[in-house]
Design a protein around this ligand. Structure first.
Ligand SMILES: C[S@@+](CC[C@H](N)C(=O)[O-])C[C@H]1O[C@@H](n2cnc3c(N)ncnc32)[C@H](O)[C@@H]1O
Length: 276
């Protein structure tokens, strides 16, 4: 199974968002499962690796292998680990659909197989979940978290924001990805062979409202709309024009300037216990 293109690419405006992520703000569902300090974790689609490095610091006697198909982002992740002085994490270029060629990856080899905001970018998330299950030892867990774009919310109302959301969701669907996958992670886990009783499904949100939070969130979307791989994908798809994207960037800047602005990103989470 080949991977499709990653919709956002790794432009600075995209990495700014990924590099903000920590275990606390992005994996609250995983924290109760990190009490043993000698865990072996696989982080699938690790991006710039800030979550992987944070996970590594929480399991000093354990180890993390973090993989991503982008060599560019793996280079950044290695640098981040070096700067933090964290040595129990290893970053490798790798694809969940082709894990056999990655050194140290084997069936049942991990206590936790984790993926954050990855399944929404895959054309076949079910096969990915099946591979993740295969790599988890009996008694271990698969942990996934993805947002649901259809459940994103903002205040005050702005027609331009509705246009942004419609366009984003249409473009993601045009490359056969599901931008709303956060609401059905548990269903994918059932299809992948987990019993419903072995799946914990929860939700947590990111909120952006203070001036600093708005500047960061709206600024990165304004930039991402006109300067990242996403820009190219919109134009290629024929679903939006350069003019539309510049209008959307202006909308984000307007929202940033609204003192009462508020944004909520709803994330679906699943912990699936591997009993087989
Ligand atoms: C939204 S980013 C999430 C990065 C990181 N997990 C985080 O939350 O900061 C999605 C990542 O999945 C990676 N990815 C895409 N297809 C993949 C695949 N088949 N196997 C593993 N990772 C993949 C992309 O390269 C990208 O870095």
């Amino acid at each position: 199974m080949a991977s499709g293109p990653y919709l956002h690419g790794h432009h600075a405006s995209v990495l700014r968002s990924h590099s903000w992520r920590t275990v606390e703000n992005s994996c609250p569902h995983l924290i109760p499962h990190l009490s043993k300090s000698s865990l072996k974790i696989l982080d699938v689609g690790c991006g710039p690796g800030t979550i992987s490095v944070d996970l590594a610091t929480r399991i000093p006697q354990g180890s993390i292998l973090a993989i991503d198909p982008s060599a560019e982002v793996i280079h950044k992740a290695r640098k981040h680990a070096e700067e933090k002085g964290v040595t129990n994490v290893r970053f490798e270029v790798g694809d969940i659909f082709n894990w056999e060629i990655i050194e140290g990856v084997e069936e049942g080899g991990f206590d936790i197989v984790h993926a954050h905001q990855v399944l929404q970018h895959l054309q076949d998330p079910l096969s990915a979940m099946k591979e993740m299950k295969k790599l988890t030892r009996r008694g271990g867990i698969v942990a996934v978290r993805d947002c649901d774009y259809s459940a994103m919310s903002h205040y005050p109302p702005h027609q331009g924001m509705d246009k942004w959301l419609d366009l984003y969701r249409s473009v993601a669907k045009s490359i056969k990805c599901d931008p709303d996958i956060g609401k059905r992670l548990h269903a994918i886990a059932i299809q992948a062979g987990f019993s419903r009783g072995d799946i914990d499904a929860s939700v947590s949100a990111w909120t952006f409202s203070t001036p600093d939070e708005r500047a960061w969130w709206c600024g990165l979307w304004a930039e991402r709309s006109t300067k990242s791989d996403y820009t190219a994908r919109v134009l290629e798809s024929g679903l939006g024009t350069e003019q539309d994207l510049h209008q959307i960037a202006r909308t984000w800047r307007e929202m940033e300037g609204k003192e009462d602005g508020w944004f909520a990103v709803i994330n679906g989470e699943v912990i699936a216990h591997n009993k087989s």
